[in-house]
Structure formats: structure tokens, C-alpha cells
Design a protein around this ligand. Structure first.
Ligand code: ADP
Length: 550
């Protein structure tokens, strides 16, 4: 009785074990099989035991493998962890993991096999899920990368539509979004995935129906297993539901796309003709993509704005170039026109001076002053003419070889004449000769000396030094005047640039520009060292005459 009971228990354990158990004879025929394995395979015990070989439950390929493997198993005594597919009675596949041991008698002859099988169906499903999840993550990752690097709105939106349609398993997806054109009008565009555009063109763009409303008002996600049964569905005239010919939507998912500013730029809409297609997980994925897309769209809009600004900038620059050309033309014309009458006025003034000197000393003094002013005016006109000649590359040069000391002496002489109050001290001297245009170099030196005097109203001293190396001669003009802030050290050599705070001093801002051009034509260089309140030193370096003439 006790034996009976324990046999029953053993039987129960054998049959109800959560794994398949069976035993095969030397020909591979079943001699025992538990209920679990029978249930998996869909056979009855009567159909299997003593009737079927293990090979009969394998695929065609499996049958061949079994015929080869079974004799080897008998020789070797065991197989471990072999994964393969068995065939159920209904023809479907059963993934299993097999472990089996051979039993022998005392003589070492094969008696039977005891096999233990695990059903891998669940494992395969889980693996599939993992694969699907991995694919989603890869897609998400790829969209993240591709849209964050994209600045073209249309491309971003198409990519987002395609990827989210694939992620959700929708039959078709659409991204409806608001755009504002150059005239500031707002209108709606859309991209599609999985459905031809003709299907959509027949219909108005999403109207503010009860179904669409929550998406465009940014209220949130709408995920419905069967939209045809939804209370919001079918409220709008004229169609009351899906217009005829509309893509057949049963499962419905809609996610708003909201920019950082809070503006709902649009919505992602997905449809499927079957019920309950869109999962919570799909919803979360789309919400994630929608927020990435919003950032990308924000960036794309900024980029568009930037492009517009750049275009505007280009236009203004072009305008500035045109104005610059007009200004040059005007300067050139005006200085030419002024030059001739000035020359004749000067001639008459000189005649007047000669006539009045003895006869009318008072009138003579006025005429002399007029002459001085006229000289200044003539200097300005000559400078303006030089500027336009430089601009058009037509500043004439008369070349010769001379001592720099000579031109310096001439310039100093002329300045002493016009600014007798100032002490101009020349230090040093050089042996080298230079090759260039004497008159132009005198013009440069006079300009530097004039500036040194003009911009030092509280000083009466200007120092000039003359030094040389094998290659170059350097003339430095030092004053003790107002100095120049560092930010202007380069700019003062540009055309019309004046230090803004110096409006007390008259000038056009072209003297240094002309000087620098002349020195450069001599293959030399000009620079300034200066500090506000400390005075300035202007350096001119010129190559000695043995080097290439200018
Ligand atoms: P202008 O003296 O007619 O304005 P320049 O081209 O000769 O034109 O000089 C350009 C500017 O450089 C001046 O407006 C002035 O601001 C500054 N500058 C030139 N020389 C000196 C100097 N010796 N001391 C201080 N500022 C100077």
C-alpha cells in the first residue's frame, strides 16, 4: 500500500514536472514520456510510446541530425544543452533545450536514455522583445543624432514622422505643424509616413475637431484603442466621424509637439486599422521623440532667422560698398573741381601781397592771413586728391636716391616756419641712402610733425631721432601730447579714422592713411607707440637704398 502511494507520487512528479521528461530505447523509440512533454507536443501517450521515434518529432533537417547523433550519444553517454526545434502535432515549432543521459547494464550494453527538456518558447518571446526594444532604442538613438545635427525643418519633420511611425507599429503616421511665412501668416504643413499623399490631399488639414483639439491645444496625448467607439468621435459636421475614403483609423495615437516657448508647433498622429495597436510604451517613445524634435525645430527656426539676418547683413554691406564707391567718386570730383580755382585765387593773393606790402600795411596783413588759410585749404584739397589717387592706384612717384637726413631737414625747416613756437629737436644721423620719392617722404614727415604739434596743445617740444641698421633706416617722431588709446593704434592708419574723443582738433582723418600708403609703396612700415596723456612716438622704417627700389 505504501509502495503504491509512493509510486503514485513519483508518477505525479514525473508527469507534472515543469519540464519534459522521456526515455528512448536503443532505436530511439519512446518507451516513456511525461504529460508535460505530451501537452507541449499535442500528442497522446498512445500515439507516441512504442510507436514514434524521437526523430519523428524533429524537423526534416533535425531528423538527419538525430540519425547521426543518436549512435554517438549511445557511445559517449550524454548530450548537454542542445537547443533546437521540435515539431508539434499541428506542425508548429516548439523551441527546446535538451539534456540527456544514457543508461547501461553491467556488461556496458545500452539500456535506455533519460532525457530532460526545457520549453524555450517564453525565452524566445523574451528574446524577441529584447530585440524589438533594442531596435527601438537604436532608432531613437539614430533619430536623436540625425535630428540634432539637422537644421532643415522639412528634413527633421520627415525623419521624425518616419521613425515614430516605425516605432509605434502604426500603418501610417503624420506630422502636422504650423509654419509662419515671410509675410507673418501662419499656415499648416504636414509630412506623412506609410500613406500616400493622395489619401490626405482630399481632406482638409486636421480641423479643430474634438478628437484633434487636445493635441493642438497642447493638452496632452490622446491614445485610443478604438476611436470609432470614442465619445469625442463623430461630433463634427459634415462627416460625423471618418469621411468616406479616409484611411481606416481604429487605433489612434496623437502626441503634441511643444516648443520651449510653450507654443504647440504641431502634433504627431498615428493610425492603424486594427484595435489596440498602440501601447503605453509606444506612447512614451513618441513623447520622447516629440520633445527631441521640439528642440531640433527650435534650432532650425533659429537657424532660419540667422540666415535671414545674414542676408540682410549682406544687403547692408553691399549698400555700404556702393555708398563707399559713391563717396570716393564725390571726393575725387570735388577735389579736382576745387583745385583749379584755388590755384588761381592763390595767384591773385600773391599779386595782392606784392601790391599792398608797401602801400597799405593793414590790408597787407589781412591778405597774408588769407594766404595762410588758403595754404591750409590747398593742403586739404591736395590730401583729398591723394586719397582718390591712392584708391584708384594712380599716386605718381618720382624716384631718386637721397640721404634721409636731407628730407628730414627740409620737413623740419618748413614746420619751423609754420609753428615757430615749438622746439623741434633732431637727434642722431645716418650714413645710409634711401631710394624713393623725396617730395612724398617730405609730405609724410610734415604730416607727422604737424600732428605732433596739433595733438600736443600743452607741450612745445617735438623730438626726432634718426637711426639705422644694415637693412633699414628708422625715423621716430616723439611728442608729449594727448596720446592715443591702444584700441586705435592700428585704426588711425585707416581712411577717415579719427580718435572719437579728439573732436576739439580739426582734421579729416586722412593724413596717416596717405602717409602709411606712401611708406608701404617704399616697402617700408609705419607704427605708433603711445599712451593717453603720455604722448606718442610714430616710427617710419625704410629699406636702405641697396635693397629693391620701390
Ligand atoms: P587728422 O589729424 O586729420 O584727424 P590723421 O590721419 O593725421 O588725421 O590722424 C588720424 C587720427 O590719429 C587723428 O584724428 C588723431 O585722433 C590721431 N592722431 C594722429 N597723430 C596723433 C598724435 N601725434 N597724437 C595724438 N593723436 C594723434
Amino acid at each position: 500500500m505504501e509502495r503504491m502511494t509512493s509510486n503514485t507520487v513519483l508518477n505525479e512528479i514525473f508527469n507534472n514536472a515543469p519540464c519534459g521528461l522521456h526515455s528512448l530505447n536503443k532505436d530511439g523509440i519512446f518507451i516513456a514520456i511525461n504529460d508535460t512533454e505530451l501537452n507541449w507536443l499535442g500528442y497522446t501517450r498512445e500515439e507516441v510510446v512504442h510507436k514514434m521515434s524521437f526523430g519523428d518529432l524533429c524537423t526534416d533537417e533535425g531528423k538527419i541530425q538525430f540519425r547521426e547523433a543518436f549512435p554517438r550519444f549511445i557511445r559517449e553517454g550524454s548530450v548537454r544543452d542542445v537547443a533546437f526545434e521540435m515539431v508539434r502535432k499541428d506542425g508548429t515549432r516548439l523551441p527546446v533545450l535538451l539534456n540527456s543521459r544514457a543508461n547501461y547494464n553491467e556488461k556496458g550494453e545500452f539500456l535506455n536514455s533519460h532525457a530532460f527538456l526545457l520549453n524555450l518558447t517564453e525565452v524566445r518571446i523574451a528574446e524577441q522583445k529584447v530585440r524589438a526594444k533594442t531596435k527601438s532604442l537604436e532608432l531613437l538613438n539614430s533619430i536623436g543624432k540625425s535630428i540634432s545635427g539637422q537644421l532643415d525643418l522639412q528634413t527633421i519633420i520627415q525623419k521624425v514622422t518616419d521613425v515614430t511611425t516605425e516605432l509605434t507599429g502604426a500603418q501610417f503616421g503624420a506630422f502636422f505643424y504650423n509654419v509662419i511665412n515671410d509675410q507673418g501668416e501662419s499656415f499648416m504643413l504636414y509630412t506623412l509616413s506609410g500613406a500616400p499623399y493622395e489619401k490626405f490631399e482630399k481632406f482638409d488639414l486636421p480641423r479643430n475637431t474634438a478628437v484633434f483639439h487636445p493635441t493642438f491645444s497642447g493638452a496632452g496625448v490622446v491614445r485610443v484603442d478604438d476611436i470609432t467607439k470614442d465619445a469625442r468621435y463623430g461630433k463634427m459636421a459634415p462627416h460625423h466621424g471618418m469621411p468616406e475614403g479616409h484611411l481606416p483609423v481604429v487605433s489612434y495615437l496623437a502626441v503634441p509637439v511643444i516648443l520651449k516657448s510653450g507654443e504647440v508647433i504641431g502634433g504627431l498622429f498615428f493610425g492603424h486599422s486594427e484595435k489596440g495597436v498602440f501601447t503605453q510604451e509606444a506612447e512614451e517613445l513618441v513623447v520622447g521623440v516629440a520633445s527631441q524634435a521640439a528642440i531640433a525645430i527650435d534650432n532650425a527656426r533659429l537657424f532660419e532667422d540667422l540666415k535671414k539676418l545674414n542676408a540682410e547683413n549682406e544687403r547692408l554691406l553691399e549698400l555700404a560698398r556702393v555708398l563707399d564707391i559713391r563717396k570716393d567718386e564725390f571726393i575725387s570730383m570735388a577735389s579736382h573741381e576745387l583745385r583749379t580755382p584755388l590755384t588761381s585765387i592763390k595767384g591773385y593773393i600773391q599779386l595782392l601781397e606784392a601790391k599792398l606790402k608797401e602801400k597799405d600795411p593793414e590790408a597787407y596783413r589781412y591778405v597774408v592771413r588769407t594766404g595762410t588759410s588758403l595754404n591750409r585749404l590747398q593742403g586739404l584739397v591736395e590730401d583729398l586728391l591723394d586719397v582718390s589717387k591712392i584708391q584708384s592706384g594712380r599716386l605718381p612717384f618720382q624716384l631718386s636716391v637721397f640721404r634721409p637726413g636731407e628730407v628730414l631737414a627740409e620737413a623740419v625747416e618748413e614746420i619751423r616756419h609754420t609753428a615757430p613756437r615749438h622746439h623741434i629737436i633732431v637727434q642722431g644721423g645716418v650714413q645710409a641712402m634711401i631710394h624713393g620719392d623725396r617730395a612724398r617722404l617730405i609730405q609724410v614727415l610734415i604730416n607727422l610733425l604737424n600732428n605732433a604739434i596739433k595733438y600736443s596743445p600743452d607741450a612745445d617740444r617735438v623730438e626726432i631721432s634718426l637711426t639705422e641698421t644694415d637693412k633699414e633706416v628708422t625715423i621716430a617722431v616723439r611728442d608729449f601730447g594727448i596720446g592715443i588709446p591702444a584700441g586705435h593704434h592700428h585704426k588711425i592708419f585707416e581712411r577717415f579714422h579719427r580718435v572719437p574723443d579728439n573732436s576739439d582738433f580739426t582734421g579729416l582723418g586722412i593724413g596717416l592713411y596717405i602717409s602709411n600708403e606712401i611708406i608701404q609703396r617704399h616697402h617700408g612700415s609705419m607704427r605708433v607707440e603711445s599712451e593717453p596723456g603720455e604722448g606718442s612716438v610714430f616710427y617710419i622704417s625704410l629699406p636702405v637704398a641697396s635693397s629693391e627700389p620701390g
